[in-house]
Design a protein around this ligand. Structure first.
Ligand code: TTP
Ligand code: MG
Length: 362
C-alpha cells in the first residue's frame, strides 16, 4: 500500500510575517537581512518577498548586491522571536492533523496522512483545509506538495509557490521530474551537480529510465538514491519528535467538523493510547490532564485537572477527560478539534516500579 505524504513549506517565511504585521508592506519588495546601509552594508539576505524576487534577489545574496538590484526595496532586520512564535503556531496546526508529523527547521514539515486519506482526492481536500487553517489562524501562506514519498512531496511543495498545492500521484512522478534540474533531488547539492554535468546530465529526464545497475555504475551510492527517488521508492519514514518536552499533548482536527460523540471519543482514545505508550516507554507519570476543544466557529477552550499523586493510567485519564468534557456536552455546535495534554511530570523511579511489580506478583 502506498503512503500519502505531505510536505508543507511556508512562503517567504520571515518576509510574510513582517507583511502580515504591517499591511503597508503588502505587494512590495520586502527584504529581510543585514542592514544595507545605502549599499555599503555587509552581511546577506535571509529571505525576501516574491515581489523582491522579481528583481533577482534571493536568500544568501550579499545585501549590498540586493540593494544595487532594488534600492527602492523595503529592508528590514530579522525579528527571530516573532518568527519563532509564528513557526510554533504553524507546527501546532500541522501536528494537530496527525501524529506522523516531522518538523524540519523553522518553516517546513512532513505529514504522513495515510491514516486520514484513502485517495489523492482526499489528500487534496485535506491539503486545502490545512492551507486555509494556516492562512486564517496565523495569517501567512504555505505551499504543500503531496505524493507517496518524502522526496517527491518535497520537490512538489516548491512547484507552485507561493500559496501553491501540487499533488503527484505515483504514475505521474516521472513526467513531473523529467524537466527538473538534477539538483532538485534531495541530497544532490551544488558540488555533486558538477560531477553530473561532466557526464552530460543536467535534467532528471536525462537518466529517468536508466536501470539501477547503470545508475550505480555511473554514480555509485548517489546513483542508487536517485533511482529510488525517481521510482517512488524512497522509504524514509516521517519521524515523530517529542523529546525533551515538559508536556505531551496531541490534538486532532477532524476531517470534517462533527457532533458525533463516538467519533470524538474514539479519536481521544486513540491519541490517549499513543501518549501512554510513550509515557510508559519513558517511565513518566503525570499529575495534570488537560482537555482542549475547538468548535466550528473557532471558539477554543481548555480545561485541566490536577490530582494529588502522579499516575500513568490511560483509563483514569479518559475518565478525567470525560469529566472535563461534560461542561461542553450540551453546546449546540460542531467540534473542529479535540486535544488532550499531560504535564506536571514525575519520573516513575526504578525502585518504585520494582516495588509495584513485587506487590503485583505476590
Ligand atoms: P526557505 O523556506 O528556504 O525560504 P522562504 O520560506 O523564505 O521562501 P520560500 O517561499 O522559497 O520557501 O527558508 C525559510 C526561512 O529561513 C526564510 O524565511 C528565512 C530563513 N533563511 C535564512 O535566514 N537564510 C537562508 O539562506 C535561507 C535559505 C533561509
Ligand atoms: Mg519556506
Amino acid at each position: 500500500m502506498d503512503s500519502f505524504i505531505l510536505h508543507a513549506d511556508l512562503d517567504a517565511f520571515f518576509a510574510s510575517v513582517e507583511m502580515r504585521d504591517n499591511p503597508e508592506l503588502k505587494n512590495k519588495p520586502v527584504i529581510i537581512g543585514a542592514d544595507p546601509k545605502d549599499g555599503k552594508g555587509r552581511g546577506v539576505v535571509s529571505t525576501c518577498s516574491y515581489e523582491a524576487r522579481k528583481f533577482g534577489i534571493h536568500s544568501a545574496m550579499p545585501i549590498s548586491k540586493a540593494y544595487r538590484l532594488c534600492p527602492q526595496g523595503i529592508y528590514l532586520q530579522p525579528n527571530f522571536e516573532k518568527y519563532s512564535q509564528a513557526s510554533k503556531h504553524v507546527m501546532s496546526i500541522l501536528s494537530s492533523y496527525t501524529d506522523e508529523f516531522q518538523q524540519v527547521g523553522m518553516d517546513e514539515a512532513y505529514l504522513d496522512v495515510s491514516d486520514i486519506c484513502k485517495s489523492f482526492k482526499d489528500v487534496e481536500v485535506l491539503a486545502n483545509r490545512i492551507k486555509d487553517d494556516i492562512k486564517t489562524q496565523v495569517g501567512i501562506t504555505c505551499s504543500i506538495g503531496a505524493s507517496i514519498t518524502k522526496s517527491i512531496a518535497k520537490i512538489a511543495s516548491d512547484e507552485n509557490k507561493p500559496d501553491g498545492l501540487c499533488i503527484v500521484p505515483p504514475d505521474k512522478i516521472k513526467t513531473f521530474l523529467s524537466m527538473k534540474n538534477i539538483t532538485r533531488i534531495p541530497g544532490i547539492g551544488k558540488k555533486t551537480k558538477i560531477f553530473f554535468y561532466k557526464k552530460g546530465i543536467n535534467k532528471i529526464g536525462d537518466l529517468i529510465d536508466f536501470p539501477l545497475h547503470k545508475l550505480m555504475d555511473l554514480f555509485g551510492k548517489s546513483g542508487k538514491w536517485i533511482w529510488k527517488v525517481i521510482n517512488g521508492l524512497d522509504k524514509r519514514k516521517v519521524k515523530e519528535f517529542h523529546e525533551g518536552r515538559k508536556s505531551i499533548s496531541k490534538e486532532r482536527t477532524f476531517y470534517e467538523d462533527t457532533k458525533n460523540f463516538e467519533l470524538i471519543l474514539s479519536k481521544v482514545e486513540e491519541i490517549n493510547e499513543k501518549i501512554h505508550t510513550k509515557l510508559l516507554e519513558k517511565k513518566m507519570s503525570y499529575k495534570t490532564i488537560a482537555l482542549k476543544i475547538r468548535f466550528e466557529d473557532f471558539q477554543t477552550f481548555t480545561r485541566s485537572r490536577t490530582i494529588d499523586y502522579p499516575i500513568c493510567d490511560k483509563d483514569k485519564a479518559i475518565k478525567i477527560f470525560l469529566d472535563l468534557y461534560k461542561e461542553f456536552s450540551n453546546v449546540d455546535k460542531k467540534i473542529r478539534l479535540i486535544g488532550i495534554k499531560f504535564f506536571n511530570f514525575e519520573r516513575t523511579s526504578k525502585i518504585k516500579q520494582e516495588t509495584i511489580m513485587k506487590y503485583i506478583n505476590v
